[in-house]
Design a protein around this ligand. Sequence first.
Ligand SMILES: C[C@H]1O[C@H](OP(=O)(O)OP(=O)(O)OC[C@H]2O[C@@H](n3cnc4c(=O)[nH]c(N)nc43)[C@H](O)[C@@H]2O)[C@@H](O)[C@@H](O)C1=O
Length: 324
Amino acid sequence: MKRALICGVSGQDGAYLAQLLLSKGYQVWGTSRDAQVSSFANLERLGIRQDVHVLSMAQSDFRSVLDTLTRSEPDEIYFLSGQTSVGLSFDQPAESIESITVGTLNLLEAVRFLNKKIRVYHASSSESFGDIKQGVGATELTPFRPRSPYGVAKASAHWLVANYREAYGLFCCNGILFNHESPLRPTRFVTRKIVSAACRIALGSPERLILGRLDISRDWGWAPEFVDAMWRMLTQDEPDDYIIATGSTHSLEEFVANVFRCLGLDHRDHVDSNAEFYRPTEILYSAANPEKANQILQWKASVSFEQMIENLVDAEKLTMSQGR
Ligand SMILES: C[C@H]1O[C@H](OP(=O)(O)OP(=O)(O)OC[C@H]2O[C@@H](n3cnc4c(=O)[nH]c(N)nc43)[C@H](O)[C@@H]2O)[C@@H](O)[C@@H](O)C1=O
């Protein structure tokens, strides 16, 4: 039985990936910073909490990383942990660099020290690209020009992975994922914030939804199908880097309008934009060309923008009706 270690198993991607790997017969280990106090609510929600062996790991502490790998003896590691909020990275820049860049370095060093045969997936990010020229989707060869501490940290972690692959022959891959959403996203991220407020408003709440810039554009995909691409990367003969995205870009205004329309409402009656939620620097336009993943991994996003929004709204309505 293959053993997988998911660093950051309590997050959205960690939970869906654990579900996928369990369905493929893996023994799944997962880390969280403090496994004794973490509620693992996402694993509970997917009904797989009891099937995952959990450990505490602080990735900025090399000893902790080494201990975790020694105890779990993985064949594959999926490194998803560390700061995930771009917005928060402006307030906690040093923590972002430490958890993402130093954390990735510690993991690569531990693999190099213990067992170079362990296959490693690293959660790289489209934030590393910064703004992308309209009409041109980023490829794996597009240069990085990040516009947030998070993006800077992810760009350097990305290059550490590429360098350890070339210098020491590690089997490590960067998945450059564009935005991917699900009901497991916390409301700190804009999609869940919008969907959950819109559903409350549809039920009669008098609140107004206050957002930052509505003119930004992103390639938003459906998270449960993105984790399959992570697994596919580690099944290839050779390690490499891949863009994972739908290939279609929409503005935040379109996203908001679609959510409210799904609920029979007009967003213009309920939504305001306020500078309180602006970031010091912003990526206005992001777009991807996922052709390499389509060709080599045989992976293609199948959930459309409209279907993703319907899924999010349906899940939120269900959660609310269950009083969660
Ligand atoms: C690929 C990348 O994807 C995610 O990062 P993100 O794109 O920053 O995600 P978000 O949902 O926080 O923001 C999306 C956009 O929406 C704008 N926006 C407007 N108004 C609000 C607002 O009220 N809240 C938030 N959060 N954003 C807002 C905001 O300024 C930004 O332009 C992470 O998974 C990250 O880990 C990752 O790697």
